[in-house]
Design a protein around this ligand. Structure first.
Ligand code: DX5
Ligand code: ZN
Length: 216
């Protein structure tokens, strides 16, 4: 089964973005994860299109953009132009999710559904076939450095069963509180993509931290 690490730049040093991207470029990470927060869907504001554009132009890695914003459909072409390879939108922010996923695919990007910790896996059953990835939030979105919510393991198992029962190849992504201590269990439980902010960028040796997450 596919195993991917996606370092989250929310925890990076924004004054040293060039060297932070260079570090990820040289690392075992296949993706990089960019968290967009609007101060409305989540109680925090992160960074926007110009930052995504600069990071995307400095890497050949897959740019996974996590939109924690209301009305994400308004910005799909903007993020495509900025260099995004994938847009993940929140099920809780999209009353017309099917249409939004289509709009993302129409722009030749991969499309993902992000779900908050309280959102049941059952809510995905009539839409999952239209998503390339499901981002299971393992913290309440809005901030880096939070503790992993243990109930996520139950949700991974339910989601893995749904994907396998339907014969899909949807990736399961885990976002929030991922560390070198829980990475192996997450992969073994059925996750494919681990997002890691603090446990990568705050590590003494970030490249090593990425390798350790992958080989945990
Ligand atoms: C949280 C973001 C995460 C965050 C993860 O709202 O979606 O991607 O950057 O940070 P850590 O790994 O520090 O929990
Ligand atoms: Zn994220």
């Amino acid at each position: 089964m596919k195993r991917i690490i996606a370092p989250s730049f929310l925890a990076s040093n924004f004054l040293q973005l060039a060297s932070e991207v260079a570090m990820v470029n040289e690392s075992a990470a296949e993706w990089l994860h960019l968290d967009i927060m609007d101060g409305r869907f989540v109680p925090n504001i992160s960074f926007g299109l110009p930052v995504v554009e600069h990071i995307a132009s400095a890497t050949k890695k897959f740019c996974d953009v996590h939109l924690m914003i209301v009305e994400p459909e308004k910005y799909i072409t903007d993020f495509k132009k900025a260099g995004a390879d994938q847009l993940c939108v929140h099920i809780e922010a999209c009353p017309h999710l099917h249409r939004v996923l289509e709009q993302i695919h129409d722009q030749d990007m991969k499309a993902g559904i992000a779900v908050n910790p309280h959102t049941p896996i059952d809510f995905l059953k009539d839409i999952i076939q239209h998503a390339d990835v499901v981002n299971l939030m393992s913290v309440n979105p809005g901030f880096g450095g939070q503790a992993f919510i243990e109930h996520t393991y139950t949700k991974i198992k339910e989601l893995r069963k749904m994907i396998d029962d339907k014969g899909l190849d949807t990736l399961i992504q885990i976002d929030g509180g991922v560390t070198q201590q829980n990475a192996r269990t997450l992969f073994d439980t059925g996750a494919n993509v681990l997002v890691a902010g603090s446990s990568v960028f705050k590590a003494a040796d970030p490249k090593r931290a990425i390798a350790d997450l992958l080989d945990a």
